[in-house]
Design a protein around this ligand. Sequence first.
Ligand SMILES: Cc1cc2nc3c(=O)[nH]c(=O)nc-3n(C[C@H](O)[C@H](O)[C@H](O)COP(=O)(O)OP(=O)(O)OC[C@H]3O[C@@H](n4cnc5c(N)ncnc54)[C@H](O)[C@@H]3O)c2cc1C
Length: 371
Amino acid sequence: MTPPSVLIVGSGIIGAGFAYAAAQRYLPTRVISSLPVNSGGTATANSWAWINANTDNDRSYFDLRHASMQLWQRWMQIVPDLVASSSGGFVWDMDPETLRAFAACHEEWGYPVELLSADAIAAKLPCLCDVPALAAYVPTEMAIEPGDAVSALLAAGAIEPEQRHVHSLMIDQDRVYGVMTDDGPCTADEIILASGNGTPALLESVGAAIQMTPTTGLLVKTQPLPKFLPHLLTAPDYHVRQTCTGQLLIGGTFNHHQTPDAGQSQQDAATELAARVECALHCPASLEVASFSLGQRVIPKGGRPRIGRIQRSDGREIAGLYLAVMHSGISNAAAVADHGIAEIVTGAPSPLLTPFRPGSGAIHESGSRTG
Ligand SMILES: Cc1cc2nc3c(=O)[nH]c(=O)nc-3n(C[C@H](O)[C@H](O)[C@H](O)COP(=O)(O)OP(=O)(O)OC[C@H]3O[C@@H](n4cnc5c(N)ncnc54)[C@H](O)[C@@H]3O)c2cc1C
């Protein structure tokens, strides 16, 4: 059987993941994106990039994220330059009872979560000024530098993204067969929409819809410091990790919409966030804000990923079109791409992805805590 050619719209982490998974199966693959790789206009470039399966899960979402964590580990062994920049996640942004319930439930599901008391936390995190009484620690959680990861996956698949804006999808009866770009039409057997918040406009062109509820997240980058923080920390009023260049990458709470308070400038909000972390940690030098970003999360209505074939408003399924739109895309990308490409090639549904179909009713009204 001739392998299907795929055309991926989007070169964020989801597009790059699909491109790599397609290349692993020797599919003729193109990636088209209106923005360059690691452009500040994408969610990927503005991500805290914590790879985890931590809290806010039902069983099916946990299984997807946990499988993805394991696949990321495998990819890091075989993809040149794909590396974790921090490892081991500490979380104490909930009350002790909730933390214990989370740990008990996730441990039963196979998550390697440890509950640590103050002494054990202090021993692992000598940089903490105020040590919490209890924290959950997951040694297998990690972070990547998302721009570097996208570049590594595309390079491993020998794929050079083409920078073009896609205006619409091209459809003949119920089969999508291409996209219309600035430079004219491009055709393929399968079009994969890894187009983040640009997806609703593209679906509209074929009479289909997805509702998105994007929110904004502020992240602050400091000037580089000597390495002192190898782990990821999620405290009640900040989350922080140190990047591979030594910069601290700091976010606020995980409540959605981390925009500056009314009347506060973005610069002031960024300075305030850095000051909060400076009070919380013994840093090797004082913190200077180098830059900050306000990223738009890609959140389908209901909070859960939407992956797979989509139907038109009249209920007819569209062939040749595969959707992959989600928050927590850094955590999910590996498993979603690997199983998604397998579904496209074999036609057999993946049980891991089945709960997340576009139009599926079994979606919980919650987001996850990844950034
Ligand atoms: C502040 C913040 C913190 C986060 N923290 C975490 C975290 O800790 N862990 C985690 O797992 N997730 C986190 N996320 C979520 C994660 O970053 C996103 O889910 C993920 O990056 C989405 O990737 P994507 O490739 O789908 O979208 P994007 O990165 O937005 O990429 C979309 C791509 O589609 C292209 N595109 C769109 N429309 C068109 C068009 N019409 N024509 C051509 N190209 C088009 C764009 O050019 C771009 O290349 C965070 C997000 C934010 C904003």
